[in-house]
Write a protein that binds this ligand. Structure first.
Ligand SMILES: [Zn+2]
Length: 206
């Protein structure tokens, strides 16, 4: 039990501490191309270096773009993460963006599949940005299990998994928290944006 709690904590810290650095970048990019040219797909491709050739929908209707044909287990895990997100959102009286079809999830090729402790941990490497030189910095980049790609429409990227589907559900639930907050409670969204500076970790919504 103790060991479980510890690994969960590692996950919570690692899941999207790079998020706000990335958010700043993508948001700036979106504003520059006010004509709407900066699509979520283009942002996802720029960040990951991947090409998302496959399209799918989860059984409950969330949109998927992926680097290879998504496995049924992955689609179910994504639905499960969204179901948990929507349930906790309702509990907090947040109604906006609580439909499966509101979300697009990009499944990218992982840049690592093991964490520093040797555990199965498919993650995406992203530019360190403001975290450069901090304890998160792995030499110009940091690892994240997921990150938000676009606030409107709601889109985020996770790494492709071939097991440990609970981790996929968690990443979906956690990245989705930022999007639900953005659309329902802007002050709380801002307050929880940066996990490295007192913004706390996940889960934010309880
Ligand atoms: Zn986060």
């Amino acid at each position: 039990m103790k060991r479980f709690a510890k690994s969960t904590l590692f996950f919570l810290v690692a899941v999207c501490f790079a998020w706000s650095a990335f958010f700043t970048d993508s948001f700036a990019q979106r504003r520059r191309s006010a004509g709407g040219g900066g699509s979520a797909q283009r942002v996802a491709e720029n960040v990951t270096g991947d090409t998302f050739e496959y399209s799918a929908e989860t059984p409950r209707g969330a949109h998927i773009r992926s680097v290879s044909r998504p496995r049924a287990e992955a689609l179910r895990a994504i639905d499960d993460g969204l179901a948990r997100l929507f349930a906790i959102a309702r509990k907090n009286n947040y109604r906006a963006r609580t439909n499966y079809f509101d979300y697009t999830i990009f499944i990218a090729r992982p840049d690592r599949t093991q964490n520093g402790q040797g555990g199965y941990s498919p993650d995406i490497a992203v530019g360190a940005g403001q975290y450069g030189g901090s304890r998160y910095d792995q030499g110009g980049y940091v690892y994240a299990a997921g990150m938000v790609i676009s606030l409107e429409p709601c889109a985020f990227v996770i790494a492709e998994h071939n097991r440990n589907w609970n981790r996929v559900s968690d990443a979906v639930r956690f990245e989705g928290e930022h999007l639900v907050l953005y659309h329902n409670d802007r002050a709380r969204f801002q307050a929880t944006l940066d996990h490295s500076r007192g913004g706390g970790g996940h889960p934010i919504l309880k």
